[in-house]
Design a protein around this ligand. Structure first.
Ligand SMILES: C[S@@+](CC[C@H](N)C(=O)[O-])C[C@H]1O[C@@H](n2cnc3c(N)ncnc32)[C@H](O)[C@@H]1O
Length: 272
C-alpha cells in the first residue's frame, strides 16, 4: 500500500490536536452521524468498524444503538480521547487507512465520517473498507462537497478581508487519485470499488455554534484555515480576528450563537 505526501501531511496536521478538534469542528462533523449509521444499517448487535473515529462521536452513537463497535484512528491523541469517551466500545485502537489490521469480512458494516477527504488514495481506502466488511454488509462515508458550503467559505472571506494570502504550497491528493467532490463523484468512487446498491445524497443543515468554538479550531491549527493561522504573527492573528468578528456578525443570532449554513455528501453501498 502506498503512503502519499498528502498522507504524511495529514499525520502532521492531526498530531496532538484531539482536544482542539473536539472543541471545534467535531461539533460540525457530528451532524450526519445518525444518518451515516442509518445508511450503514447499524442497529443492535451490528459488528461496526468506525474508521477515523476522531473524538468518538459516531462510535458513541453506535454503542448507544447496541452495536458492537471497534473504532480506529491514525492519530494517537484521538485514540486516547475516543477510548475515554466511548468506554462501551469493544476496542479503540490506532490504525491507518488504506491498511487496516483486521481480517477480511470481520465486520457487518464500516463507516468513515469525514475521513476519506483526509486520505491520499480515496479509492484504496474504500477498497479496504470493502475488504473488512462481510458480503451484503454496508459501508457508509461522508465528505465535504466542492464548491465548499457557506460555513467553510467564510474562512476564505475572513482571510481576504484581513489581507492574508493563502499558503501557496499545500499538499493535495494527487490528481490521478482524486475524485469529484460531488454526489455523482462520490457515488462513482464507491461504484468503482465494485460495491452494490450505491446511494449518495447531499445533506444540508445550519450549524449552530458558539463563535469562540468556531474560531478555536483554526486558531489551534485545525483544518486548512488552521494551517494558515499557525504561521501568522500575533499582529496578523489580531487582524484576522477583527475580520472574523465583522464577517460573522451577520450570522449571529439573539442567543449569541452563529448560524452557519453547510452541507455534506453522504454515500453508502453494499458489499457484493
Ligand atoms: C475530520 S476528523 C473526523 C473524526 C470523526 N469521524 C468525527 O466524525 O468527528 C478526521 C479524522 O480522521 C483521522 N484520519 C485521517 N486520516 C486517516 C487515515 N488515513 N486513517 C485513519 N484515520 C485517519 C484523523 O486523525 C481525524 O481523527
Amino acid at each position: 500500500m502506498t503512503t502519499t505526501a498528502f498522507d504524511d501531511h495529514e499525520r502532521s496536521r492531526w498530531a496532538g490536536r484531539a482536544t482542539a478538534y473536539d472543541r471545534s469542528f467535531a461539533l460540525l462533523c457530528a451532524h450526519p452521524a445518525a444518518a451515516l449509521l442509518d445508511a450503514a444499517a447499524v442497529d443492535a448487535g451490528t459488528r461496526l468498524l468506525d474508521v477515523g473515529t476522531g473524538s468518538g462521536t459516531v462510535a458513541g452513537l453506535a454503542c448507544a444503538r447496541g452495536a458492537r463497535v471497534v473504532a480506529v484512528d491514525a492519530e494517537p491523541s484521538m485514540v486516547d480521547l475516543a477510548r475515554s469517551r466511548v468506554p462501551s466500545a469493544d476496542e479503540v485502537r490506532l490504525a491507518t487507512l488504506p491498511q487496516l489490521p483486521f481480517d477480511s469480512g470481520r465486520f457487518d458494516a464500516a463507516v468513515a465520517n469525514f475521513v476519506i477527504n483526509h486520505v491520499g488514495d480515496p479509492a484504496a481506502a474504500i477498497t479496504e473498507l470493502r475488504r473488512v466488511v462481510r458480503s451484503t454488509g454496508r459501508i457508509a462515508v461522508t465528505t465535504w462537497p466542492h464548491p465548499p458550503p457557506r460555513a467553510q467559505r467564510l474562512w476564505g472571506e475572513v482571510f481576504d478581508a484581513a489581507g492574508v494570502d493563502p499558503p501557496t504550497t499545500v499538499p493535495a491528493v494527487d490528481t490521478d487519485r482524486d475524485f469529484p467532490r460531488t454526489a455523482d463523484g462520490l457515488a462513482g468512487l464507491l461504484d468503482a470499488a465494485g460495491l452494490d446498491d450505491v446511494r449518495c445524497e447531499t445533506i444540508t443543515w445550519v450549524h449552530r455554534t458558539d463563535p469562540e468554538a468556531w474560531w478555536s479550531g483554526p486558531a489551534n491549527g485545525i483544518s486548512r484555515p488552521g494551517l494558515l493561522m499557525e504561521t501568522q504573527p500575533p499582529a496578523v492573528i489580531a487582524r484576522i480576528r477583527a475580520s472574523y468578528d465583522e464577517l460573522t456578525a451577520a450570522y449571529r443570532g439573539a442567543d449569541g450563537l452563529l448560524a452557519l449554513p453547510t452541507a455534506a455528501l453522504l454515500a453508502s453501498a453494499a458489499v457484493p
